[in-house]
Ligand binder design. Sequence first.
Ligand code: TMP
Length: 226
Amino acid sequence: MTAPKNGLFISFEGIDGAGKTTHIEGVAAAFAAQGRAVCRSREPGGTPLAEALRGLVLQQEMDPLSEALLIFAARNDHLRQVIEPALARGEVVLCDRFTDATFAYQGAGRGFDPAVLQTLERLVQGRPGAEPRLIQPDLTVWFDLPPELAAARLADARLPDRFESQPLEFFRQVQRGYAERAAAAPGRFARIDAALPREQVWEQIVALFEAKGWWTAGLSQGARHA
Ligand code: TMP
């Protein structure tokens, strides 16, 4: 039997407008510069089925239970088809959002019962074994930004989807949801001050990954993208 490979699962979170997506490109380039195979993906999405469900969730009116079920259905497919195989091959999986987004958006934002979300989380991310476990990212990079600033950044953005068109108060709740998730899992969450200029946001990311020992100083500078 071959030993399990050392895959890394990293998620990126934050309210809409926090600027995380542009920095994921830089993180992917820096890992590639360290000689790591990188699998970039996003949620909801990442497989043909999950991308189809994403289209529905972002555009189609539905009640909160349908929304939560579709998001976890997409996650189930994505985990089994993409994330787990990539981790088993020893790759670095960079995922633009994961389950923390569900607790923040559907839980805190929509006010949906977190106990139901926990049940769905166990169903989709639970794995049996001698020590049953829940698949979670090794690291969650949280782009923390005041909702007022995020709204100003989004003002010139493309046609908003069902979430981006929500009022400021919704994003205040989502923000609270992320803060609660971060406080509950301080070892997994790393907070980035996303209110700073882009270059300084990138410097925080470099410092974080170098401190983890995943990037060698100097090599990641070559991947600077900001
Ligand atoms: P994105 O624009 O960052 O790709 O995310 C798509 C939207 O989906 C974003 O507004 C947040 C929302 N979302 C949820 O509401 N729950 C979830 O579990 C995920 C992953 C995303």
